[in-house]
Design a binder for this molecule. Structure first.
Ligand SMILES: Cc1cc2nc3c(=O)[nH]c(=O)nc-3n(C[C@H](O)[C@H](O)[C@H](O)COP(=O)(O)O)c2cc1C
Length: 369
């Protein structure tokens, strides 16, 4: 890549963003990326330094890798960080300190994998996967549907996570409602066959997410930003949609806004794809237009191949991104893979050092660069 852009400047991305008490120096967000470098679920010094390096090099907001809420089946893997227990929370406190020392801002991503967990998975091998109807993403029945009491306990676990995020000094909290994990398993009709108040139509299927946001809002008070990440696509089905039309998207978003979401993080695989027929707006654009809330866009920014392909990708121009930014489709741009190998990606983009940007390769996953 010779130029970052041919026709436009990237400087608008480096303007500050302010929402209540959240003051970001620019619009670049590090996308949440599971790394699996936290043995026993405890983020190490290396993890803290990894995030600090991104803060040192001008990432405006870091969203951490998904970190498990307080439930025995929230993650699959013994090196996925947890967001409960004294040691894990101490590890996170250290991460926050390092990032703040470098002048950065950071939000943890609260995660429960739901039915994507396989029976016998670490760290709690006896814990069965849980989900709205006990169905794997393939449709196979694996466990019993969650009871109402279990659902309430899960809602409380998210709220506890949000309260801890605030207590530890994080700048915001992100709720992972995307990609076919627990919250999304409620939202998606394919995995939610319930006939009670947590199932049925889109409103019922969104209820779990809404109760989580309400409980988190109650736990953190009015001024602590809550980011909600969602996607149309699922890890098991790239063509899946929770909203087929703008009207359905409105039906989905409105109760979430009322519940207290401050920022929507719309996860797409390719940011340039129009979301609905008849308009060029992407999912972030539609979400901003409908909800009136700031949005974060993500998906192959600066790369010519999407992350779900698992392959390498070449760097590309940021023209298309800047064009959409100028049309006010989104407020922030989240970058995933490009920040895995190169902590200084944002700084290089800011300074027009296009020749120093690297192609993405799977090697990036091997270490905490
Ligand atoms: C290694 C890796 C791990 C990821 N883990 C998470 C995660 O924990 N939570 C999440 O919401 N998205 C996760 N994602 C998706 C990213 O946040 C992002 O949406 C995706 O990589 C697209 O951005 P990119 O094209 O800039 O890489 C992950 C992506 C990668 C590459």
């Amino acid at each position: 890549m010779k130029n970052l852009t041919e026709h436009t400047t990237v400087q608008p991305l480096f303007q500050p963003f302010q929402l209540g008490a959240l003051a970001l120096s620019n619009r670049i967000v590090m996308a949440p990326m599971t790394r699996g470098f936290s043995p026993g679920g405890i983020p190490t010094e290396d993890v803290a330094s990894y995030y600090r390096r991104r803060a040192e090099h001008d990432v405006g907001l870091i969203v951490t890798e998904g970190t498990g809420i307080n439930h025995p089946a929230s993650v699959s893997g013994s090196s996925i960080p947890l967001f409960y227990g004294e040691k894990a929370l101490q590890g996170w406190e250290q991460v926050v300190k390092e990032v703040h020392t470098a002048g950065g801002k950071i939000a943890p991503q609260l995660w429960h994998v739901g039915m994507t967990r396989s029976p016998g998975d670490e760290p709690n091998t006896e814990a069965m996967p849980v989900g709205p109807s006990g169905l794997a993403l393939t449709g196979e029945k694996v466990s019993e549907p969650l009871t109402t009491k279990e659902i309430h306990d899960l809602v409380s676990a998210y709220a506890q996570g949000a309260a801890d995020a605030k207590r530890l000094g994080f700048d915001a909290v992100e709720i992972h409602g995307a990609h076919g994990y627990l919250i999304d398993q409620f939202i998606w009709s394919h995995t939610n066959h319930r006939t009670d108040e947590y199932g049925g139509d889109l409103k019922g299927r969104t209820r779990f997410a809404v109760e989580i946001v309400e409980a988190c809002r109650e736990a953190v008070g009015p001024d602590f930003p809550i980011i909600f990440r969602f996607s149309q696509w699922k890890m098991s089905d790239y063509k899946a949609k929770i909203a087929e039309t703008p009207e359905e998207l409105e039906e989905f978003l409105t109760p979430l806004v009322e519940a207290g979401v401050d920022i929507f993080h719309t996860s797409t695989r390719r940011f340039w794809e129009p979301e609905f027929e008849g308009s060029d707006l992407n999912l972030a654009g539609w979400t901003k237009k409908i909800s009136g809330k700031p949005t974060i866009i993500v998906g192959s920014i600066g790369l010519n191949g999407e992350f779900t392909s698992g392959a390498g990708a070449e760097t590309t121009s940021l023209d298309g991104l800047m064009e959409r930014f100028q049309h006010d489709e989104f407020d922030m741009a989240a970058v995933g893979r490009s920040l895995l190998m190169d902590p200084a990606w944002a700084e290089k983009v800011r300074d027009g050092r296009a020749d120093e940007l690297q192609a993405y390769s799977r090697e990036s996953l091997n270490n905490l660069y």
